[in-house]
Design a protein around this ligand. Structure first.
Ligand SMILES: [Zn+2]
Length: 251
């Protein structure tokens, strides 16, 4: 028997024994519900990319704002295989990811299929996270470290699995429920109720807002209004990682 075969004969059973469980268990994922750097405001967009996303990115870029996109892999459309018509012509969704990344926006995970993670097996949660992470990595060479669980649903089991996969959980503190209806005033009132509480100049509070780039009203109508109001209050726009003073948006 060759020496390498001998070594393998001893090592192989050990590998078989240890491969059933992950070699390293990390702490449960940390939950962030608002920004912590005073005076920052993180715009975040969930559920895309979809047919409004390209132009929403352009709006952000024209305003010189870096935002955060909690994307899905297969929600409204399949981002690996489908394309959409934008103001710049037809663009694949993978082009959207490249556009987000080169524009300096933070790409974060909202699971592969917008799966509500509570009640799912560890295997399925892992699949939902890894499938999307692989697509992002293969497209822009980064893996997201931040995720937002669909519907905001999580429990200890989910946090344990996400933590083990290296994720931080970002929720939000301002939710205008932009997906519910077309009542723009109602959504503006939600933002105003938070912004009106801030009396200091520059602001000492910090916020993380939730919107949906898939909603047709959000990019063209709600976002420009929010940008004006937030700027008027003196907040500085930041990505989710930046507003948490975290230099590592990616794994
Ligand atoms: Zn969602």
């Amino acid at each position: 028997m060759h020496i390498n075969s001998l070594v393998l004969a001893f090592v192989a059973p050990l590998i078989a024994l240890t491969s059933a469980a992950p070699l390293m268990r990390r702490a449960p994922a940390t939950i962030h519900t608002k920004c912590t750097v005073p005076g920052t405001f993180a715009l975040s967009f969930d559920d895309g990319p979809y047919n409004q996303t390209w132009d929403l990115i352009k709006t952000l870029n024209e305003e010189n704002i870096k935002a955060t996109f909690f994307i899905n892999g297969n929600n409204f459309d399949n981002i690996e295989t489908e394309s959409v018509t934008t103001s710049d012509g037809v663009r694949s969704y993978l082009d959207h990811l490249r556009f987000m990344h080169t524009s300096g926006h933070q790409i974060a995970s909202h699971t592969y299929e917008h799966a509500v993670l509570t009640g799912l097996s560890e295997e399925e949660v892992t699949r939902q996270m890894n499938a999307l992470s692989d697509i992002i990595y293969n497209t822009v060479s980064v893996r997201p470290r931040y995720m937002r669980p669909p519907t905001g649903a999580y429990d200890d089991t989910v946090l344990n699995i996400l933590g083990n996969l290296g994720y931080e959980v970002a929720i939000w503190d301002i939710d205008p429920k932009d997906y519910e209806d077309y009542d723009l005033q109602r959504k503006e009132d939600v933002f105003s109720s938070y912004l009106d509480q801030e009396t200091a100049t520059p602001p000492t509070s910090a916020h993380m807002s939730l919107m949906h780039d898939v909603h047709p009203q959000t990019g063209p109508y709600l976002l420009p209004w929010v940008v004006r109001q937030v700027r008027a209050k003196g907040y500085r726009f930041a990505t989710v990682a930046e507003c948490l003073n975290d230099p590592r948006p990616y794994q």
